[in-house]
Design a protein around this ligand. Structure first.
Ligand SMILES: [Zn+2]
Length: 162
């Protein structure tokens, strides 16, 4: 007479089976909407804050949106591949006190070949400064002997494919 919670075998077409299908579907739709919104938000940020630089260099379709990751408290984000191992990452930092804040990060490969260094960009002047340095080094950061900078940044591929 002991009852265990076994997964219910749902007859095809039963109301519960249909409800589960609807739930699965709406979760997927939610992800697609989050991806689209993340791409639009990233594009809008470039349009309003980086009109002379990034907005001229990137097309809206360069952005790849990713849905939020609830378990890691990560907001939806968008990533743009710039070539040469460089990425642009955009997300929103949402806090109750300050609302939503754009966080735009330039991810640059380290010369050691195993790590990345992140530059959280403040504005166009900041970006120009970083780009000026990167032009001299061919688009990568020289590995610091301490190794702290590049080791602390995970591979963005690993981050975004999960
Ligand atoms: Zn390194």
């Amino acid at each position: 007479m002991t009852e265990t919670l076994e997964p219910a075998v749902l007859p095809h077409g039963s109301p519960l089976a249909r409800l589960f299908a609807i739930a699965a579907e709406s979760a997927t739709v939610g992800e697609v909407e989050q991806r689209d919104a993340a791409e639009l938000t990233a594009g809008h940020h470039l349009y309003t804050q980086y009109s002379d630089t990034l907005d001229r260099a990137l097309e809206p379709e360069d952005w790849n949106g990713h849905p939020s990751v609830k378990t890691n408290r990560l907001e939806a984000s968008a990533v743009a591949w710039l070539h040469g191992g460089l990425w642009l990452h955009h997300t929103l930092d949402i806090s109750e006190a300050y609302g939503a804040r754009d966080v735009l990060t330039l991810i640059v490969p380290c010369a050691c070949g195993t790590g990345y260094v992140e530059y959280e960009l403040e504005d166009e002047d900041d970006l120009i400064g970083v780009l000026t340095d990167l032009r001299r080094t061919g688009g990568h950061v020289w590995h610091e002997s301490s190794g702290e900078e590049c080791a602390s940044v995970p591979d963005p591929h690993a981050q975004t494919t999960k």
